[in-house]
Design a protein around this ligand. Sequence first.
Ligand code: AP5
Length: 210
Amino acid sequence: MKRRLVFLGPPGAGKGTQAFIISNKYSLPRIATGDILREAIANNSKLGLEAKRFMDAGLLVPDEIVNQLLKERLHGEKNGFIVDGYPRTIEQAHFLDSATKIDMVLYFDAPEDILVRRIINRRICPVCNAVYNLTESPPLRDEKCDRDGAQLVHRTDDVEEVARIRIRTFWEKTARLVDYYFERGILAKIAADRPMERVTQEIVEAINAD
Ligand code: AP5
């Protein structure tokens, strides 16, 4: 089975949701740069404050900040990992190449109207990072996490205007990585507009294929 994985795709495609499932299923640590940056913001760190203005605007945080964060988390993960939301630029992809070997990149593909609908209905648990959706996968009790009862939050960048900028940023800066990894023969395209269980099944088949 391929164990050093990258989940690549536009915002709202379901990378985080599937990373959570696959990480639990195969005991692979999940390294999500968006979560790491939000933690830095919640801790009021200097780096977090610097990153926040880019994130609130729907833009990418500068490579040198994200690369450093990635390197700290990746360090010591010898038995596999899921990197979720990184790389997003060619510079980040080169940095990742210099840090480790990747077995497979899963590209989550879905149309923009589905992405926007998913993003604006997303709610997150601030304690365990579980992801819900008010229309697709709502919590059992009114906006409280099923696992720990914490009040779910609506990300500040999950409003429609910013969501559309984030999707545009993906096409401008990140989409070229699809070709980059395809040419290296390690890209698997996932039809991410289908129900969650189907998407999970497709990922499991891809990472277990010879
Ligand atoms: P980040 O937190 O990584 O956000 P993102 O890439 O914009 O991705 P999302 O979290 O929006 O989407 P997702 O694909 O994980 O979808 P999810 O599974 O939650 O980054 C935020 C910001 O941080 C960036 O804008 C940037 O500023 C900065 N940043 C982060 N990494 C960076 C980097 N490497 N370089 C520079 N800057 C960086 O699903 C979405 C919703 O849909 C959920 O509600 C879920 O329940 C639902 N859903 C999921 N799958 C399905 C399905 N199959 N059917 C129905 N509903 C579904």
